[in-house]
Design a protein around this ligand. Structure first.
Ligand SMILES: *Cc1c(COP(=O)(O)O)cnc(C)c1O
Length: 348
């Protein structure tokens, strides 16, 4: 915690996080449900997320790289699995060999590297049609992993948030690989994949965005709750007269006399310029529009008729992820992972 409060804060709802995980876990039926906590828990704070989800029974966490693993290792209780999705580079080996986290080996070179270090146990990523990380599903995967003991065999869906024929193709390819490679568990579905149905769940699901309030498919609407609520403090209130312009490049001109509040939030905090002219804040249930451009550290809100808004007051930024994505043109993922370090993150 900082020695005095920042002028912007992210209120984080523990109950909503837990409720989202429980709903996602339920959708997967008998499959275990993990949690992707890469990118510092999608910007919310990975440690806080891991603590809360461990407490309700989550046993599998996923990060991208070994620095992220190192950040979380002190928190890992007995029986908690931490997987590093990008596998192991040469530079990672010294750390990886003494870590409790396990790599998800992605390429033939990574597999050789792990074997050469005398290691057997690992996870494995097979690419079934995304052409991103993973061993090609058409290659002789069984021979590649000879000598290794594969704990969990992963693949990742490219278009699970759409009704694409690629989903079924990937499912079929994954089933083929499953028959060829012996592993303790098989794991295919991210948040959107969970919503495709139980066929996609296998032994372990890996939700990320929906834990944090993202709606990956329509089916999740009404079940997934918003977790992250940005708030910014009013630094100044001013009267603008008809004809005055507001903000950089004078993109907004007041059609009449107006009251304007200047808030301590801007694109350097991840509240990007895509919200210029379309973002809003809510005060007492009423939505008030942003006016002019979002600056690096500031933005302006039309508070005409809101007599009680004053300097020092905290305002709620509208940040329901599907809605904010629709108005700003940013993805739900970008809306969370861009939230910067100037926020005080406050779990309630
Ligand atoms: C990020 C990631 C996830 C989580 O995806 P969401 O779309 O956020 O649910 C799952 N698996 C892998 C391999 C990932 O990289």
């Amino acid at each position: 915690m900082r020695s005095f409060p920042a002028p912007l804060r992210l209120r984080l709802d523990s109950d909503a996080l837990v409720s989202n995980w429980q709903w996602l876990a339920g959708q997967g039926g008998a499959a275990a449900c993990g949690a992707a906590v890469k990118a510092d828990g999608y910007g919310l704070g990975a440690r806080e997320v891991v603590r809360r989800l461990t407490a309700v029974g989550c046993r599998d966490f996923f990060v991208s790289n070994w620095h992220e693993a190192e950040h979380l290792e002190p928190l890992l209780e007995q029986g908690i699995n931490l997987s590093v999705l990008h596998g192991v580079r040469e530079e990672d080996m010294a750390y990886a060999l003494m870590s409790r986290a396990m790599p998800v080996l992605c390429s033939p070179i990574q597999i050789e590297r792990w074997k050469a270090a005398g290691r057997g146990e690992c996870h494995l990523m097979v690419d079934t049609g995304m052409s991103r990380l993973g061993v090609d599903w058409r290659s002789d995967v069984a021979t590649l992993v000879e000598g290794l003991s594969v704990d969990t065999l992963f693949s990742h869906l490219a278009s699970a948030d759409e009704d694409s024929p690629l989903n079924e193709s990937q499912l079929e390819r994954f089933a083929v690989i499953k028959n060829k490679v012996d592993a303790r568990r098989y794991s295919l579905a991210n948040s959107a994949g969970i919503c495709l149905g139980r066929d996609y769940a296998f032994d372990l699901t890996r939700p990320g965005i929906s834990l944090y309030g993202g709606i990956a498919r329509e089916r999740a609407a009404g079940h997934i709750r918003q977790v992250a609520f940005p708030q910014a403090q009013v630094l100044q209130c001013r009267r603008v007269v008809a004809g005055d312009t507001v903000g950089y490049n004078a993109t907004f001109r007041a059609p009449a006399d107006m009251d304007v509040a200047i808030l301590n939030l801007g694109y350097a905090d991840g509240y990007l310029r895509g919200f210029s002219g379309c973002g809003s804040v809510t005060v007492d249930g009423e939505s008030l529009p942003l006016i002019g451009r979002v600056s690096m550290d500031l933005l302006a809100v039309d508070v005409t008729g809101q007599a009680d808004i004053c300097e020092g007051q905290w305002l709620d930024i509208d940040y329901d992820l599907p809605r904010a994505a629709a108005v700003s043109g940013l993805s739900q993922y970008e809306l969370l992972t861009g939230l910067g370090n100037r926020f005080d993150r406050i779990w309630v």
